[in-house]
Design a protein around this ligand. Structure first.
Ligand SMILES: Nc1ncnc2c1ncn2[C@@H]1O[C@H](COP(=O)(O)OP(=O)(O)OP(=O)(O)O)[C@@H](O)[C@H]1O
Length: 352
């Protein structure tokens, strides 16, 4: 194994995980530097939890290697026990011990050190999670979000080599979920913890992760920052899974343009296909503007008010549907025909 794997905090190299004969995670490759936060994002059943369990040491692997802080912890036929990996875990059903105070819960996993050191670590974590005065309180006296922060502090207390989070916010409503994800990201960054989050919620992933692996059917389809996944999805699955948008039939023109039912779409960075190739082009809601002067007409099928803007669902004359985002002062009614034109894009996302 390369020395690079040894210097990285967490590295998976060609990992397969199987239940019996069925391989549910295949050829998984990624590596995290110390303090980096990654997210495995994908639909239900794609193998996210299985992979996390393999990193924690609860599932053996049938191919590849897993490295944690310079030590090989998994290989086929070789699985270091979970309790010897120094990995912290935070799951959705993170049950705190109801009969222990907040400080008692946080200190539960602290085996090493004098009692003064333990007290200092508990105080430091209480401070970190913004509950400096809540050490003597009991879990049932706290809100759901506070309890989740205590569970996080408990997982961080023994200074794990990596923290694994499996859908930790799914019991909270969508709005609080994203906020807590941002708060927890902040805490993890302050502690310098390397972490892997598993979720099917892209807003949560965007709020928390430095880097995201989009998974489907046991494979990582694309690995990169949220910005790249949105603007340069590697395949149709990632294009459809991340953000909103539609794929429209198109024919390539020169290196910066394609022609579609919306007219010519152009971009500032050339594509690498010859002219005349039939493709699909990804059109996001923010790529389409309402334009009374445009000859391209579209019927408004639906609109959703989102405060600063409206999201319109439009039908083009061919029957193809597109989405369009417009400032909320540009108000049109369902059933209206409006003109639309495409903005110049940074990069055309084309699929053959
Ligand atoms: N203990 C098990 N024995 C056999 N098959 C399993 C076991 N656990 C999970 N599976 C199967 O492995 C596949 C991957 O499951 P996994 O739980 O890893 O997916 P996931 O992406 O985490 O989904 P979810 O978000 O629904 O938890 C699924 O088809 C699932 O049915």
């Amino acid at each position: 194994m390369s020395s690079r794997s040894e210097s990285q905090q967490l590295a998976l190299r060609g990992v397969d995980v199987a239940y019996g004969e069925r391989v549910v995670a295949r050829a998984i490759d990624f590596a995290l530097d110390p303090g980096e936060i990654a997210c495995l994002l994908g639909p239900s059943g794609c193998g996210k939890t299985t992979l996390l369990r393999a990193i924690a040491g609860f599932e053996p692997i049938v191919a590849g290697e897993i490295w944690l802080h310079g030590r090989r912890v998994s290989a086929p036929g070789e699985t270091l026990a979970p309790e010897r990996r120094r990995v912290g875990m935070l799951f959705q059903d993170f049950a705190l011990f109801p009969h222990l105070s907040v400080a008692g819960n946080i200190g539960f996993g602290l085996r090493d050190g004098s009692s003064a050191q333990k007290r200092a670590r508990i105080a430091e974590l209480l401070e970190l999670i913004g509950l400096a005065d809540a050490g003597e309180r009991y879990p049932h006296e706290l809100s759901g979000g506070m309890q989740q922060r205590v569970a996080l502090a408990r997982a961080l207390a023994p200074r794990p080599e990596a923290l694994l989070l499996d859908e930790p916010f799914s019991s909270l409503d969508a709005e609080r979920r994203e906020q807590l994800a941002r708060e927890i990201r902040d805490l993890l960054k302050r502690e310098g913890v390397t972490a892997v989050l598993v979720t099917h919620d892209q807003h949560e992933a965007f709020a928390m992760a430095d880097v995201i692996g989009v998974m489907s059917e046991g494979r990582i389809r694309q690995w990169g920052p949220a910005f790249d996944l949105y603007h340069e999805p590697a395949d149709r699955f990632v294009a459809d899974f991340i953000g909103q948008g539609v794929r429209l039939p198109a024919t390539t023109l020169d290196g910066c343009r394609v022609t579609t039912e919306l007219g010519e779409l152009s971009c500032s960075r050339p594509h690498d296909l010859p002219s005349g190739v039939t493709v699909e082009v990804l059109v996001r809601p923010d790529d389409l503007a309402h334009d009374d002067a445009s000859p391209v007409r579209a019927l408004i099928l639906e609109r959703a008010f989102r405060g600063a803007d409206f999201l319109y669902r439009l039908r083009l004359p061919s029957g193809a549907e597109v989405l369009s985002l417009a400032p909320s002062h540009q108000e049109h009614a369902v059933g209206d025909w409006i003109g639309v034109s495409a903005r110049t894009m940074r990069h055309l996302v084309l699929f053959r």
